[in-house]
Design a protein around this ligand. Structure first.
Ligand code: F0G
Length: 406
């Protein structure tokens, strides 16, 4: 398939085969454009249906050949109906991306991005990360026998994610600084180390992540939801959903597009602020702070794409206090059995807020993206007292520990 790279800012285009992360004209980010003129849902659907669910089910709409895919079985995650968001008339769902191989949506992007790195003959990969990108890249690099370097804010990453990256063989560098500091130097460090950058500024990552939109469409019975609510850090994922749904429209699968809601934490909300204050540019937050460490980001690399996607979709942005995020995380686990990490639960918290305010029409289909598994970030849950009652290994003692209740 014919692919080209297009600058998100000045619109310059470059050949798809070029190994570029930034526009040669203005230095801003790039996205891949695929020539979909010959593609239609009718012609693609039989092949899609003959394959198991997952990212590579949609190989005709991916920019790298699938024959040498570096894969761990990513994608194909459940779309679970949930009743906790709002009135019974609402059709609310969680897209449970915690089911991916390393426990977050990042795997969708890494299978494509690392496949691209191998095709380019690269031997080393690198990323800046709040944790999930690091854990995912390290796994796919191990799978492809590539060296992996990850730059993380020291002390700012959940233990589960660090454990993953470490065991998967990555060299983990803990910077005395923020994620934004790590992001600011990743391209230059990559040059020095001759490493391939796999942050979401890499357009191949976004191509893998857009497959979540295709899955949602199929899981809803070939229907586009009315709303997609997504936590926003760098903004790559929300932009990826938008690209996926737009491509579905291009291939004639739908004439509707969802409205997108980007959710940030109050202490790290440069994108939400720009939307809420109707500004053209974001104002970076110098010291971002939130319990949702995965989205503790003050200067999002993909802000232009994300702000544009929210505006084009006639969408909304929200910034929520940590307490609302943790409350949604807890209620989702307790009432629905879905354990997400705090950053992921931000989408639920956002949808709950909007449902309460009456934003969603009766019968609307609302998809909340659950971006990562709760076990990734157990500290957040363990901040509460964990109620473990000691007992002797006898039934009588167990019953006594339960307060005599049966
Ligand atoms: N949710 C989780 C669990 C994440 O790990 C991230 C990003 C996001 C949401 C936001 O996604 O950046 O595409 O807007 N984590 C990155 C990382 C920054 O390094 O793991 P985004």
């Amino acid at each position: 398939m014919e692919v080209a790279l297009e600058c998100v800012s000045c619109g310059s285009t470059f050949p798809g085969r070029d190994d570029l992360l930034h526009c040669r004209q203005c230095g801003d980010g790039l996205q891949l454009t695929l020539d979909l003129r010959a593609a239609s849902l009718d012609s693609l659907a039989p092949a899609w249906q003959s394959r198991t669910p997952g990212v590579w089910r949609y190989r005709e709409l991916l920019p790298v050949p699938h024959e040498h895919a570096v894969s761990l079985g990513e994608g194909g995650t459940a779309l679970l109906p949930v009743s906790l968001v709002g009135p019974p008339s609402l059709q609310a769902y969680v897209k449970n991306e915690g089911q991916n191989p390393t426990g977050s949506f990042k795997d969708r992007g890494m299978t494509v991005g690392v496949t691209r790195a191998v095709a380019l003959g690269r031997k080393r990969v690198i990323c800046a990360s709040t944790g999930n990108t690091a854990a995912s890249l390290a796994a796919y690099a191990a799978r492809a026998s590539l060296e992996c370097v990850v730059l993380v804010p020291a002390g700012g990453v959940a233990q589960g994610k660090l454990a993953q990256a470490h065991f998967e063989g990555a060299r983990v560098v803990g910077l005395r600084g923020t994620f934004d500091d790590a992001m600011a130097l990743v391209s230059e460090a990559a040059k020095e180390l001759d490493a391939y950058v796999l942050n979401s500024i890499n357009p191949y990552r976004i191509e893998g992540q857009k497959t979540a939109a295709f899955e949602v469409f199929e899981q809803l019975g070939r229907r586009v939801p009315d709303w997609v609510v997504c936590p926003v850090g760098n903004g790559g994922n929300l932009a990826a959903y938008w690209k996926g749904f737009q491509e579905l429209r291009t291939i004639g699968a739908t004439d509707r597009l969802p409205r997108l809601v980007g959710v940030q934490a109050e202490g790290a909300a440069p994108i939400a602020d720009a939307i809420l204050e109707d500004r053209r540019e974001i104002r970076p937050v110098e010291k971002p702070e939130t319990v949702a460490s995965a989205i503790r980001i003050g200067n999002p690399a993909n802000w232009r794409k994300t702000v544009r996607a929210i505006r084009e979709s006639r969408g909304l942005a929200l910034k929520l206090p940590d307490a609302a995020i943790v409350d949604a995380q807890k209620r989702l686990a307790r009432e629905e059995g879905i354990f997400l990490e705090p950053a992921s639960a931000a989408s639920l918290a956002g949808a709950m807020r909007l449902a309460k305010e009456g934003t969603f029409a009766a019968g609307a289909a609302v998809v909340c993206v659950g971006t990562g598994h709760g076990l990734k970030d157990p500290e957040a849950a363990l901040r509460e007292r964990v109620d473990v009652t000691p007992a002797e290994p006898t039934v009588a003692s167990v019953l006594a520990a339960l307060g005599g209740r049966r």
